[in-house]
Design a protein around this ligand. Sequence first.
Ligand code: CA
Ligand code: CA
Length: 164
Amino acid sequence: MDTDGGMSPPTRQPSRLSLSQEATTVTPTLPASCNEGGGVAINKDVWFKYTAACSGTVTASTCGSATFDTRIAVYSGTICPSTTTVVSACSDNAAGCASSTSKATWTAIAGSVWYVRVGSPGSTSGTGSLSLSCAVTCTADVNGDLYVDGADLGIVLGAWGSCP
Ligand SMILES: [Ca+2]
Ligand SMILES: [Ca+2]
């Protein structure tokens, strides 16, 4: 794998990162659940480290923004993934995305760290950009733990009164 990619994490969301396909290594392959008909290989991959900017749904997308058949895989954690690391999300050919480009979505808590791997299921390469965005899915989740419960209510009640 290419653990460098020459990239740095985005500082604002949504962010767009440039993507060039110069890497050549191809491991680890993806689990069978990621096979949309084009196999489980992810070739010429480039890795991005991403810190979730919100608690909610994160989207990593090359949809319509790459010139070749892309594939995206997402791994959780702060260390570089290995063959045993669980793939949290993957996408080969997302619906409505031209040139067999990709869009992966997953649920994250603000501040959690992810590795986003972009490559191709085949031998094609080209240029493109990866966009990363985070959407809050639950506005009542005040403390951002992906649950709406008494803890959120306590925060609201504690702030009761004129605002600000
Ligand atoms: Ca694809
Ligand atoms: Ca909550």
